[in-house]
Design a protein around this ligand. Structure first.
Ligand code: NAD
Length: 424
């Protein structure tokens, strides 16, 4: 069995989530049939002349999962172990995320089985250009709009948009998003995901804690998402008491100077080089400190049946994808902990991609403040819609979670679009 046909636990889990959403929302089986399978899967071979002079052929995918709400949209992952089934699962999640975000996109995801760290810059550029060339016919500003994901960057997008533009004979900025600001990107993209997490943290604190001012926040994972999540909640008046990365945890009950911590992390590579506070070797320690709000912003499967009982926060805002297992979420929910689910909380990046696309289609440029204000408005509206649905579901059944509410809202929007189009 080769990598592209391996069964994926991940895909099975995503299909279980869709099944549950269909049951909760009372959608018919024919809707499940449509939403549980991708509309199109493209597998390509990408030959790259390596620095050694040898030719290496990479396998690339583009999964176009659903287009009921608009063009396909989703990142491209470069990872040595990615499988086609994982890519289908990721594309399915993008359909749900884009629908909940209220933006006019379906879902997609691309992948190449490669470890980008093992390639020279020249080889990496050749691979990126090869990917754009191989998929040229199925990409396009009104067809399918990729963005970066794990293992790909703004530079990746710059090479791809250049290659695509050469192929079609004109500059085509809107085919790829999260490009560098110098090449039709927008400066807000750098912090869009963490900023969105901060907006959700603030809105949840308004609902449950009487506001964010002075509240204690702990952040696990001080990378792109975690740093900006911490930065913006501290600007909004909260006190960030713990941050961590793989080097360990910094704990300062009086509050961490986040700008200094960002400088330290980004120059030395380690948060534990922050000059003050208690240093705890365990990178998971922020999960357990005395805090009102917890941001698990590092990676998946961090809050499990083994450690959920040590969490003190009343609110969890999932910056990472899949940080809480379903079993742990059920236990935390019984205890009254409210979890803003990943596909609501970390949607700032894809919403920013949508704003960049709108700018590019019109060759128009919004300044940073204007763009951030638009992003904030969309994040806040999405939070409020989800919160309202959550209260509605919870009044009928106490075990309902915000994730359930987000799932039902997301599926409802796709279902209505399909009905109106006559697909069902
Ligand atoms: P990143 O690589 O910039 O940062 C991750 C950070 O987490 C690093 O500092 C790393 O040292 C730290 N880390 C890794 N394992 C850890 C552990 N066990 N405990 C504590 N810290 C740990 O990555 P990122 O882009 O910030 O992504 C983080 C998560 O957010 C991922 O789940 C990603 O899928 C999700 N996400 C990111 C974006 C985005 O725009 N960056 C958008 C949506 C979702």
């Amino acid at each position: 069995m080769n990598a592209s046909t391996q069964r994926s636990q991940f895909l099975d889990n995503v299909l279980k989530i869709i099944r549950r959403g269909c049951e909760l929302g009372g959608f018919p089986e024919e809707f499940y049939e449509l939403i549980s399978r991708p509309e199109r899967v493209v597998i390509v071979k990408i030959p790259v002349k390596m620095d050694s002079g040898k030719l290496k052929v990479f396998e690339g995918y583009r999964v176009q999962h659903n287009s009921a709400l608009g063009p396909y949209k989703g990142g491209i992952r470069f990872h040595p172990e990615v499988t086609l089934e994982d890519d289908i699962a990721l594309a399915t999640i993008m359909t749900l995320k884009n629908s909940l975000a209220g933006i006019p996109y379906g879902g997609a995801k691309g992948a190449v089985r490669v470890n980008p760290k093992e390639l020279s810059i020249r080889e990496l550029e050749a691979l990126c250009r090869g990917y754009a060339r191989a998929l040229r016919d199925v990409l396009g500003e009104y067809i399918d709009i990729p963005a970066p994901d794990v293992g790909t960057t703004a530079q990746t997008m710059a090479w791809m948009v250049d290659e695509y533009s050469k192929l079609v004979g004109r500059n085509s900025p809107a085919v790829f998003t999260a490009k560098p600001p110098e090449l039709w990107g927008n400066p807000v993209r750098e912090y869009a995901t963490g900023f969105g997490c901060a907006v959700v943290s603030r809105e949840l604190a308004n609902e449950l804690l009487g506001g964010l001012e002075g509240k204690k926040v702990a952040i696990q994972g001080f990378g792109n998402t975690g740093q900006w999540h911490a930065y913006f909640v501290s600007k909004m008046g909260a006190k960030v008491v713990a941050i961590s990365d793989t080097s360990g945890t910094v704990y300062v009950p009086e509050g961490i100077d986040i700008e200094l911590a960002m400088k330290v992390k980004n120059t030395t590579g380690k948060v534990i080089n922050y000059p003050k506070g208690e240093k705890i070797p365990d990178p998971q320690a922020p999960l357990y400190v005395d805090a009102d709000i917890l941001g698990p912003d590092a990676m998946e499967n961090q809050i499990t049946l083994d450690n959920y009982h040590k969490i003190k926060a009343k609110i969890i805002v999932e910056g990472a994808n899949g940080p809480t297992t379903p079993e742990a979420e059920a236990k935390l929910s019984e205890r009254g902990v409210i979890i803003a689910p990943d596909f609501l909380a970390n949607a700032g990046g894809v919403i920013m991609s949508y704003l960049e696309w709108v700018e590019n289609l019109q060759w128009y440029i919004w300044d940073e403040d204007e763009t951030r204000a638009k992003l904030e408005r969309i994040m806040k509206n999405n939070f409020l819609r989800t919160w309202k649905k959550f209260e509605e579901l919870r009044s009928a059944n106490k075990s309902m979670t915000m994730r359930d509410a987000a799932l039902v809202l997301s599926l409802e929007r796709i279902y209505r679009a399909m009905k109106l189009r006559g697909w069902l």
